[in-house]
Design a protein around this ligand. Structure first.
Ligand code: ATP
Length: 477
């Protein structure tokens, strides 16, 4: 990707970042103490008093198919990632971008893979590239990554998945999101992987979703499910009081306000933002960083012909703190019973798995009662993870703290990122553009060509940042 910025801007950003970092280290301690004081002052929530039994619900009992899927995904990741990780690091080759590593898992195991509870196949895409992304650019500790994803619990959020039908799960420590994606999105991500890698390398503070892994599981009846592992933009230790998904499109982009008042986890949209008179409260310095990074990221997405992405904005009000205990009341435990040690492989005298044993194990799986294991208790981490400290936009408690016009901190922390970046402007989107354009302003609907999408996205976000004039002019007439 061509990057037309003068090189000194990069180093200026880095210098400034260093300065901010220094100032922040001392301010952070103070802010932390204040926030904690506010927290302690707030009444302790009932759930916390009840021996930390905070995560409720039993997804497994309700949806056994997802239980199997989840189990397979986690088993595959555990084996795939640890295999790649065990090798000595080497420079990437062009073939690494198209590589696919296949694993077969069966109930009693074979020479290559340990036994697993279900029969399934697993594919690990471009494992060396994702390893480099995780370690070199996203500053993840390999052991942490594996541990988070194969830990005893997985969390799931109450409520339905996105419109696209994707499922979202969280690692037990709430750091990683496992999102199932459509085959087209998967193919597209593979296609743009070299460019994405280059962009991340040249833009260490990119706001684009951080992809940590791309995988596929194939279930016995032939269903193929693709999924990505990415960063959860929201922190484990701070309630998010309002969430917005901003695209710069305003046609049909409103979450009903009467429903929003009853649902603190509602994802609000562009019109809610404008009608509520919200703006990103950032002083000149932080404003400049954010807009510049958004410009670079949207330029990249334009070059990739991507559209339909959003800036996800999570707002934490430091005065309000965690008194409502929003995360804990809306998350569920999901326990796919992953075992750390490899199961002992049982191979019959002939060197093949004993089929009668396999049948017995499958029967045992079918008759086991998954509800029985869904009622354990757990707690979310109390602080933000280390890796985020490396990124300008995640430096304040994992987010980007509001500042006034003198660049002094205010009482709001924003959690920001550009999500849903795998939808290219295809002929189907062109049709949607034509169809929706018949009924509404064709420049304000979400399906517009990538170049128009990118420039509208950036103008909208500039407008709704303090000093940008507001988003009124983006509303439909
Ligand atoms: P839709 O088709 O409705 O846009 P989708 O299935 O394509 O949904 P996304 O748009 O990627 O999914 O995400 C849906 C919602 O999930 C977002 O509005 C946001 O609330 C949440 N979400 C997505 N990605 C992240 C992330 N990286 N961190 C935190 N929350 C996220």
């Amino acid at each position: 990707m061509a990057d037309d910025l003068p090189p000194q801007l990069d180093s200026d950003i880095l210098k400034e970042a260093e300065q901010i970092r220094r100032e922040r280290t001392s301010k952070r301690a103070k802010a932390q103490a204040e926030a904690e004081a506010a927290l302690t002052a707030a009444k302790k929530p009932a759930a916390e008093e009840d021996g930390n039994k905070v995560l409720v619900g039993n997804l497994i009992g309700e949806d056994h198919v997802n239980y199997v899927l989840m189990y397979n995904m986690l088993t595959g990741i555990r084996i795939g990632v640890s295999r790649c990780q065990a090798k000595v690091k080497r420079p990437l080759t062009p073939d690494d971008y198209t590589a696919r590593h296949k694993f077969s898992f069966d109930i009693v195991g074979n020479e290559l893979t340990p036994s697993a509870r279900y029969d399934f196949k697993f594919k690990d895409y471009a494992p060396w590239v994702f390893r480099e992304l995780r370690e070199e650019h996203f500053h993840l500790d390999p052991a942490d990554y594996l541990l988070s994803l194969t830990s005893k619990y997985i969390l799931s959020e109450l409520g339905s998945p996105g419109k696209s039908g994707s499922f979202f799960y969280f690692s037990r420590d709430y750091r990683f999101i496992i999102k199932t994606i459509h085959h087209n999105e998967h193919a597209f991500l593979r296609k743009i992987l070299p460019d994405y890698h280059r962009h991340v390398k040249t833009n260490p503070h990119t706001l684009l979703s951080r992809f940590y892994g791309l995988h596929r599981v194939k279930l016995p009846r032939g269903r193929k499910i693709h999924f990505v592992i990415m960063n959860n933009l929201f922190p484990p230790h701070r309630d998010i009081h309002e969430t917005y998904d901003l695209k710069g499109s305003t046609v049909g982009r409103e979450y009903p306000e009467e429903k929003a008042s009853k649902n603190p986890r509602a994802v609000l949209k562009d019109l809610n933002w404008i009608n509520r008179g919200r703006q990103l409260e950032l002083g000149p310095e932080k404003r400049a960083y954010l807009i510049e990074q958004l410009r670079r990221d949207s330029e990249f997405l334009k070059e990739m012909h991507v559209m339909d992405y959003s800036l996800l904005v999570g707002i934490h009000n430091m005065q309000r703190g965690n008194r409502d205990n929003l995360r804990r009341n809306t998350l569920k435990i999901f326990q796919p019973d992953i075992h750390y040690g490899l199961r002992r492989r049982k191979i019959s005298q002939s060197g093949k798995a004993d089929p009668s044993e396999a049948m017995a194990m499958r029967r045992a799986m079918r008759s086991s009662d998954p509800k029985a294991i869904g009622n354990d208790s757990t707690a979310l981490p109390e602080s933000d993870s280390e890796d985020r400290r490396h990124f300008i936009f995640h430096q304040d408690e994992g987010g980007y703290r509001a500042t006034d016009e003198a660049n002094e901190p205010m009482d709001t922390i924003y959690y920001l990122g550009v999500i849903d970046i795998c939808t290219p402007y295809t002929s189907l989107k062109r049709l949607e553009h034509l169809w929706k354009g018949l009924k509404a302003d064709r420049h304000k609907i979400s399906a517009v060509p990538a170049a128009e999408y990118a420039s509208r996205f950036l103008s909208f976000l500039t407008a709704v940042t303090r000093g940008g004039g507001g988003g009124q002019r983006f509303k439909p007439e």
